[in-house]
Design a protein around this ligand. Sequence first.
Ligand code: HEC
Ligand code: HEC
Length: 303
Amino acid sequence: MSSFWSAWIIVLTVVSFILIVWLLFSNRKITVDENRKTTGHVYDGIEEYDNPLPAWWIKMFVISIIFGVGYLIAYPGLGNFPGLLNWTSVGQWEEEVQRADQANAELYQTFMQQDALALADDDKAMRIGKRLFANNCAVCHGVNAEGSYGFPNLTDNDWLYGGKPDQIRQSITHGRNGMMPAWESMLGNEGLAAMTQYVLSLSADNANSSANAEPSAAAQQYAQLCASCHGADGTGNPMLGAPNLTDDTWLYGGDAGRIKHSIAKGRSGKMPAHKDMLSAEKIHLLTAYVYQLSQDSPQTASR
Ligand code: HEC
Ligand code: HEC
């Protein structure tokens, strides 16, 4: 805050002090005027006495004014006017931040010396990780990290880019950008419908029934157009973030309408890079935290 505004507030405060004192003493009455017992105001037959203010009340008022003046002198805490006690709110805040940074620096140092697997078992580290997650990641992945439409669930064992600590660290540090092309113009309406049915069949657990059958047109098209990213068997590719299409976890919904939309229009999920937003120590903690989230998951690791 510039010193002008500090001075402005101090002047305003002093002026209002003076006004209040003037108001109090100019209206002060000490004795009861025998000739004029009421103010002359009558409200529905109720008259108002013209008595002096109670002495205790005046004294309280005077005491609080004196306290106020003392407080203003000792603690203005306004920008460039630190007051007698040399206290400013900015100064206090800076001191607290410095103290916290110092304490954290040592703590973070000990965290950096452990690998993510060890940190995942450290309750204190995980409590900090939870807070970091709430502040930086929950807006997209949800408070419980369970994700939502377009934002992956981080608590299951189904990963787009892999769930090992190094892969998670890479996702957080450098971000991710899933590139699913749009196939609308290439497949046409019928082709889209057939491809949607084929993708649905991948997750419908009917691999046995179609194993010996002649591959359908959609299956052939899948092998040509989709297998390079999603894999010949549809189980995906963590290098590209291409999702597994054979499970029942869907980033963009698993009903026919949503799947058709994914294929027709393409998808492009973007996980922002955090290397410039968070220190290496915080990313390390978050890596361990995210890793640990999926460890209690009942599903077994698929990648
Ligand atoms: C602006 C929204 C946004 C924020 C903020 C965000 N993420 Fe993400 N994150 C995404 C999206 C979207 C994806 C999926 C990217 C894709 O579809 O390719 C993703 C993917 C990931 C993945 C990879 C998941 C997988 O299955 O492989 C991890 C790990 C991850 N995020 C962790 C985090 C952490 C930790 C934070 C906080 C530091 C965070 N994200 C903040 C949107 C976000
Ligand atoms: C260039 C690689 C690439 C090709 C080729 C590709 N995909 Fe994808 N696909 C992706 C990626 C990456 C995603 C995830 C997009 C994201 O994270 O936002 C995806 C997402 C999807 C989804 C949504 C999955 C979900 O969990 O919601 C479906 C369905 C899908 N692809 C089907 C297909 C089909 C069918 C084809 C062939 C016609 C195909 N893809 C071709 C890379 C590809």
